[in-house]
Design a protein around this ligand. Structure first.
Ligand code: HEM
Length: 139
């Protein structure tokens, strides 16, 4: 007998994409809409003059579009993100560690509001967490 048998079954497809579990673009755009609305009115973030100026150059509807495209792409959806890199779009904003935490808290509020399950929340936080090094500029 040969030492190596072919596997009897190919591995099960692990699961549907995060994109599909979020409800596709309909789910993603609704979540992003609420999240960006929270960020643009957040007092702590608006105290940073660079962030406040960035809001003028990038109106909320534009941010909602770009962030939705990005989330769609990285969660396995059919979109192609065509915006700037996270470093290019945030380097001049002088974002602090504390401002990052405020953003994460608002994100959590949005996800809870729409009852996004824990597993999907964790996957989203892992994705967002990877951008921290490019977005946070100071302690
Ligand atoms: C404390 C955290 C964050 C703050 C305060 C913030 C704020 C901003 C501001 C003000 C702009 C517009 C900049 C300008 O026009 O000069 C911007 C752009 C953008 N941000 Fe953020 N952001 C944060 C985190 C994130 C995260 C975590 C993501 C996604 C993972 C993200 C995705 C984007 C995208 C896609 C753009 C548009 C890029 C383009 O113009 O092509 N941001 N952000």
């Amino acid at each position: 007998a040969s030492a190596q048998q072919p596997p009897q079954q190919s591995p099960q497809p692990s699961q549907t994409s995060l994109y599909d579990r979020l409800g596709g673009l309909k789910g993603i755009t609704v979540v992003v809409d609420d999240f960006i609305d929270r960020l643009v009115r957040n007092r702590t973030l608006n105290k940073n003059p660079a962030i406040s100026a960035g809001r003028k150059s990038s109106p909320a509807p534009y941010l909602k579009f770009q962030v939705s495209q990005l989330v769609c792409e990285v969660s396995g959806g059919p979109c192609k993100y065509t915006g700037k890199t996270m470093k290019e779009s945030h380097a001049h904003l002088n974002i602090s560690e504390q401002e990052w935490d405020v953003m994460a808290m608002e994100f959590k509020r949005t996800l809870n509001k729409f009852k996004v399950p824990e597993a999907e929340q964790k996957e989203l936080f892992d994705i967002v967490g990877k951008t921290k090094g490019d977005i946070v500029a100071r302690k």
